[in-house]
Design a protein around this ligand. Sequence first.
Ligand SMILES: [Zn+2]
Length: 462
Amino acid sequence: MNDQQYHSYYSRPDGSPSNAPYGDTSRAGGTVPAAGSPHPPYGANRPYPDSPYPNAEYPNAGYPMDGYPIGPGANAPFGPAMASAPHRGLPGPGAAPSAARRRSNVIAIVAFVTAIAVLVGCAVALRRVPSASRTAAQASSGSAQGTTASVTLSADQVCANVTSAMSSIDGWTKSDGSAPDELTVLANDRTACGSGASDLTADQLSTMSSHTTDALLAWYSAMQPRYGSDTTLNYQLDGQWSDETRALKSAFSKDGWQDDPTYAAEQAAKLRTSIDSMQSHLDATFSDLHGRENAVAGIVLNDSASEADVWNAIDSATQAMGVTYAFGSDAADCGDAASQDETDDGSAIASFCFTDATTDHRNTITFVNDAADWNEIKANPFLLDATKHELAHRSISIVCGTTEPNIVGTRTEAVTNAYSFTYLGGDRQRSENMQAGLEDYQVQDQDIQVAQKIHDSGTCRW
Ligand SMILES: [Zn+2]
C-alpha cells in the first residue's frame, strides 16, 4: 500500500501557525478519467464555491495575501524433557543383547548406511546437474573426454548465445552512461566468434558461456528496479497497461539463467521484448505529459489577477492536464490508509491523493473549501500556484509510480515545488512569499536538479 496525501499550505502573515485546514490534500493514484471529464460548474460567471460550512471561522478581514506561505501543512511529511525421557529399545546397562537382537542391529545399521550412501549419491548427482551445461561446452570441441554430459553446446551454439545476449542487452549503460564491464567482455567474445567459431578452444567456449550468463544476470539486476517493480508499473495512466504489465512481470523470472546460457539468452530476449514494449508506452506517456505540462506552464497570472482570472486559469490548467478538480475538506477521502500528517505549521488549501489501492484519485485535485481562509484564498493568484504544485505531485507520480520516489529523499515537497516552478510555470516568488517559514517547501538548487532528473530522464532512484 502506498498512500500519500499532499497538501499545499501557506503560512499566516504573522508567522503563527494556522490551524485552519487549508489543505491542498491531493491524492494521486488511480485511473485517469477521460480528458473532458466535467469540471465543476464554475464558468466565467461561476459562483465561486463558498464553503459549505457557513460557520467556518474567517480570519482577519485585512489579511495580507502576500504573506501567505504555503507552509508545511498538516499533511507534509508522510509524511507500518526429552533428555530425561526413557529411551526405548536400548538395552539397559549390563544387559547383553541376544544374538537375534545383534543380527537385527547389524541389518539395521547396514540398511542405514546404505540409505545414507544413496542419499549422498543423489545429492551429489543433483549438484552436478546444474554444472553439466557449462562443462558440456568444454567438452563440445574436445571429444577426447568422451563426456556423457546431458547438454552439449557446440561452438556455434555458444556463439549464437553470445550474439543473442548482446542483442538483448544492447544499449545497456551504467548510471554514468558508460558501458558495463560485462557488456564489454561480451562484445569481445562476439568479436572472437566472428573470427571463426571453429577455432575456439573448449576453455574459450566455456569461458564465453560464463560471460554470457554473467552479463545477462547483471543486466537483469539493472533492469529489475526500473521495470520489475510494482511502483513503476502499476500506474495505469489510461487503463491500457495491464496486458503489458502482466507480460513484463511474467518475463521477469531468471530461474535457471545461471545454469544454462542458451536458456538464459532465450529468456533475456523475451524480457527485452517486454521491456521495449513497456518503454515504448512509457515514452508516449511522458511525451504526452510533457506536452501538457508545457501548456500549463503558459498559463500564468500576475499578482493583480481577479478572482475570475484565477478560476479561468485553474480551469485551463486542469483541463490541459486532463484533470478535474473538486471541493472538499482537508480530510477528503483518499483511501483507508491515506496518511494525513497533521502538523499545524500551515494551512492546506488543495490536495492530491496518491494511492496504489485505486486509480480513482489520480486525475483529481481537491480544493479545501472548508478552510477558514477559503474566501480569501480562493481569489488569490497563489491558488493557481497551489494547483500547479498538486499537478506536479501528479506528474512525478506518473513518471515514478509514486509521489515519493527514492531520489527525492526527504525533500518531497521541495522537489515538487521545484518541478512546478521549472516545468509547470509555478510562480516561485509568489509561492515563497506564501510559504514563508515552511521549510519543507523551500526549494534549493539540489531540488531543482532532482526535479530535472525526474522530468528529463525518468530517473527516480539515485
Ligand atoms: Zn505538496
